[in-house]
Design a protein around this ligand. Structure first.
Ligand code: SF4
Length: 326
C-alpha cells in the first residue's frame, strides 16, 4: 500500500539575507538563516521545531507563508509546489495555512471587538449571510473557550491568554489544514501556557489539524507533539518521535536543551552540563559541525567535517547529525 502523501514537504530549503559588502567591489555575502532544511508533516500531525533564538525558526515560518524569498530548495503543500507562489496560488496557500503569533496583540486590529475580528476573517474568505457569520462567530468563540460575553471586548480589554485564544479562533475561521504556531505560549504566564497547550491538543484531536509548533523550550512541546525537530544554525540536527527524542536524545545540543529544561526527563535530570555560550552568528558559521565551539564531546573531525543527518543504527525514524553520538 502507498504511504499517504505528506500535507507539507520542505526539501533542502535555503533562505538568506544580503549582508553589507565588505568592500565596494566585493560580492555581497549572504546570511544563511535557513541552510538546507528538510521536513515533512502529515495531515493531522503535530511537529515541534525547537531551538534557541536566531536558529532560523521564524525565517522558516515566514518562508512557509510565502513571506521570504527562497534561495534554493522546495516547499510543497498538499502536493503542489508553492516555493515561489504568487497571486492566486499564494492566496490558496494562505487559506490552507494559518499563523498563530507569539503576541497576538500586534496582529489584532485594536479598533475591532473580538466578535468583529472573527466576522472580518469570515467575510474575507467566505460568502456568508450576516446571520451565518454571527452563528459561526459564536461557534468559534466557544471552540476556543471564550464566553459569549467577551465578544464585545476590544483586544486591550482581554487578558494575554484570552487574546491568544482570539488569535487562534481567527486562524480557525479560515478553516486551515495547517496551523503554524510561532512560540504561541512564550509570552504567557506558566499557568496560562498550560491552558493554551491543552487547547492546541484539543484542536488537534477534534479537527485533525496539522500543526507546526515553534518553541525555544523542549518542555513546551513535550506533551503536544507527535514528532520533534531540533534546529541549530539553520539546520535540523535531530528529529524523531517525541517519545524517542525525550527518552534517548542523541545530539549533544538536544541533550543540553533538555538538561536546561525545567522538567526532569523521565524522572531524572540528564548528566550533561546545561548549554554554555552563545550560538555563533549565521553570518559566519564555524567550519565543520556548527555546534563544535560549544560541544563537550567535540573531536578533531568535528572541526573539519559537517555531520549529515542520518538515522540511528537501531531506530530508523530517529535521525541525528553527530559524528560521535549519531
Ligand atoms: Fe559535538 Fe562533534 Fe557531534 Fe558536532 S559532530 S555535536 S561537535 S560531537
Amino acid at each position: 500500500m502507498l504511504a499517504a502523501m505528506p500535507l507539507l514537504e520542505v526539501d533542502e530549503l535555503q533562505v538568506g539575507f544580503p549582508l553589507p559588502r565588505p568592500r565596494l567591489w566585493a560580492a555581497a555575502p549572504r546570511l544563511r538563516a535557513v541552510a538546507g532544511l528538510s521536513l515533512s508533516l502529515a495531515a493531522g500531525e503535530t511537529l515541534g521545531v525547537v531551538g534557541e533564538s536566531g536558529c532560523g525558526k521564524s525565517t522558516l515560518l515566514r518562508a512557509l507563508l510565502g513571506l521570504e524569498t527562497v534561495d534554493a530548495g522546495a516547499i510543497r503543500f498538499d502536493g503542489v509546489d508553492v516555493t515561489h507562489a504568487r497571486g492566486a496560488a499564494l492566496r490558496t496557500l494562505r487559506r490552507g495555512v494559518q499563523m498563530v503569533f507569539q503576541d497576538p496583540y500586534g496582529s489584532l486590529n485594536p479598533r475591532l471587538r473580538a466578535g468583529q475580528v472573527l466576522e472580518e476573517a469570515l467575510r474575507a474568505n467566505f460568502k456568508l449571510t450576516a446571520a451565518e457569520r454571527l452563528r459561526r462567530t459564536a461557534a468559534l468563540l466557544e471552540r476556543v473557550g471564550l464566553g459569549p460575553a467577551l465578544k464585545d471586548r476590544f483586544p486591550h480589554e482581554l487578558s494575554g491568554g484570552q487574546r491568544q485564544r482570539l488569535g487562534i479562533a481567527r486562524a480557525l475561521a479560515v478553516e486551515p489544514r495547517l496551523l503554524l504556531a510561532d512560540e504561541p505560549v512564550s509570552a504567557l504566564d506558566v499557568s496560562v501556557q498550560a491552558q493554551i497547550i491543552n487547547l492546541f491538543a484539543e484542536l488537534r484531536r477534534d479537527l485533525n489539524l496539522a500543526c507546526l509548533f515553534i518553541a525555544h523550550d523542549l518542555a513546551v512541546v513535550r506533551h503536544l507533539c507527535d514528532r520533534v525537530a531540533v534546529m541549530y544554525l539553520g539546520r535540523i540536527v535531530e528529529t524523531g518521535s517525541a517519545a524517542a527524542v525525550y527518552a534517548r536524545p542523541l545530539h549533544p545540543y538536544t541533550r543540553a536543551l533538555l538538561a536546561a529544561a525545567p522538567e526532569p526527563v523521565a524522572g531524572k535530570r540528564l548528566a550533561r552540563a546545561p548549554l554554555a555560550g552563545e550560538p555563533p552568528s549565521p553570518a559566519a558559521p564555524p567550519p565543520g559541525c556548527p555546534f563544535h565551539p560549544r560541544c563537550p564531546l567535540a573531536v578533531a573531525r568535528c572541526r573539519q567535517e559537517r555531520p549529515e543527518l542520518v538515522p540511528a543504527a537501531d531506530a530508523p525514524t530517529h535521525h541525528a547529525a553527530c559524528h560521535v553520538t549519531g
